[in-house]
Design a protein around this ligand. Structure first.
Ligand SMILES: Cc1cc2nc3c(=O)[nH]c(=O)nc-3n(C[C@H](O)[C@H](O)[C@H](O)COP(=O)(O)OP(=O)(O)OC[C@H]3O[C@@H](n4cnc5c(N)ncnc54)[C@H](O)[C@@H]3O)c2cc1C
Length: 393
């Protein structure tokens, strides 16, 4: 047996990378995680965590910790440009609509829980190296050599590219991003607000959608709020090149409501997430000893609302496949992909269908989009939902 047998290099310490490290450790692998960022990130946006990812988190034993971070707004307000409320959905109804096996949680909090689980693991076989990216990948029949930015070469049996939408692993091994990227003609911008804008009550999530754009102030706990921008564009790559400080004021400068107050906080924001909403359409997720996982492989997008769930589910399934076939990597990777691909493709399909409804370009679609929420805010429907789910109002 060679020294790198059952040793994996994982690129990226996001949700996909950390879940992979945790699961491979359980499967008795030695894991090195390399993360380009200098240190841990926190906060970010709130995500719905449900379905296969929820089940996988339960198996991984991290569900109780995740559940502690669950947040729900006291109320969701849908407003008009002058700030008047069009309709509201009360907190208990929001919870009822989410269902019981589902969490609303900050992306950074999922990472936090996974990171703690990885570093607390009794095995001590996982190393996480921050400030380190990959520069080159060479494979031979016995292993893979991963050259890091600092010139160090790490040899392993498996390389997992969990380095997100703009994956370097994918570019180095599978080809240019442009060949697999499907832009959904929308941009997303998110940043943490220092001050909840006047006119939005603390604990309340408020949003305004007009033709082709949405601005939301999302409550992520007491006195904590995130600004969310999602808008349609025919030129996503140009918007990306211009950056949030140019693109967001241009897209939202005339929106009214709290847009001026939110935009005023853009310059001082600690970090701004700004990207195109794009899917990755990769026909095979592994080449030899290199496998892609999470947004690097499929990126179902926020339109599908399932990327973090699928990242954890994918990591768990990878560990199981490697356990089933400890000495047959091709079969393990083949079975793993056959298990995950149908769900990933279903969610990609959903993402493509939902994109027009997210920041609707015409008033009819806007009305259609709001209909279920309007119904949920209607007292008899809301009371029915709460009775059905045994919630008290
Ligand atoms: C606004 C928004 C809302 C969303 N809502 C939901 C939702 O409701 N439900 C849901 O399930 N999902 C949601 N998602 C999707 C979810 O956040 C992602 O699918 C999930 O976080 C993907 O994780 P990842 O680990 O694959 O990628 P990432 O989070 O992008 O992590 C990749 C990591 O790799 C690192 N990295 C990158 N390049 C390199 C390199 N060359 N070398 C080393 N490290 C590198 C990065 O620094 C990063 O830490 C949403 C996404 C957005 C943007």
């Amino acid at each position: 047996m060679t020294t790198h047998h059952r040793r994996a290099v994982v690129v990226g310490a996001g949700i996909a990378g950390l879940a992979t490290a945790l699961r491979l450790d359980r499967a008795d692998w030695e894991v090195l995680v390399v993360e380009r960022a200098a240190g841990r990130r926190s906060g970010g946006y709130a995500v719905t965590f449900a379905g296969q990812g929820y089940d996988a988190a339960e198996r991984l034993g991290v569900l109780p910790r995740l559940a502690e971070r669950h947040i729900t707004p006291d109320r969701m307000d849908y407003v008009r440009p002058d700030g008047r409320t069009r309709f509201s959905v009360p907190g208990p109804t929001v919870r009822a609509m989410m269902g019981s096996r589902s969490l609303n949680i900050l992306r950074g909090d999922i990472e936090d829980v996974l990171y703690t689980a990885v570093t607390d693991a009794a095995s001590g076989r996982v190393e996480i190296r921050f400030g380190s990216g990959i520069a080159d990948v060479r494979q031979d029949p016995d292993g893979v050599d991963v050259t890091l930015d600092d010139g160090t070469v790490e040899r392993a049996a498996l390389l997992v590219g969990a380095d997100g939408l703009h994956s370097t692993t994918r570019r180095l091994v599978f080809g240019p991003e442009e060949d697999v990227r499907l832009d959904l003609d929308h941009m997303v911008g998110v940043f943490m607000l220092d001050q909840v804008p006047d006119g939005v009550e603390p604990g309340v999530t408020a949003s305004l959608t007009d033709t082709g754009r949405t601005l939301a102030v999302v409550s992520v706990g007491p006195e904590r709020a995130v600004a969310f921008f999602g808008y349609r564009t025919d030129h996503p790559q140009d918007e990306l090149a211009e950056g949030p400080r140019v693109a967001l004021p241009r897209a939202y400068g005339d929106m009214g409501w709290v847009a001026p107050q939110v935009l005023a906080q853009l310059d001082g924001a600690e970090s701004v997430y700004f990207d195109t909403i794009s899917q990755m359409v990769v026909d095979r997720w592994s080449r030899g000893r290199v496998v892609l996982l999470g947004d690097a492989a499929w990126c179902v997008t926020l339109f599908a609302g399932y990327g973090s769930s699928l990242a954890v589910a994918g990591a768990d399934a990878l560990g199981s496949a490697l356990e089933r076939h400890p000495d047959d990597l091709p079969t393990a990777l083949h079975e793993w992909e056959a298990e995950i691909r149908p769900e990933a493709e279903r969610k990609q399909q959903l993402g493509r269908q939902v994109k027009g409804l997210y920041a609707p370009a015409d008033p009819f679609r806007l009305w259609l989009r709001d209909l279920p929420l309007r119904l949920a805010s209607f007292r008899p429907v809301s009371a029915l939902l709460q009775r059905r789910l045994q919630l008290t109002s």
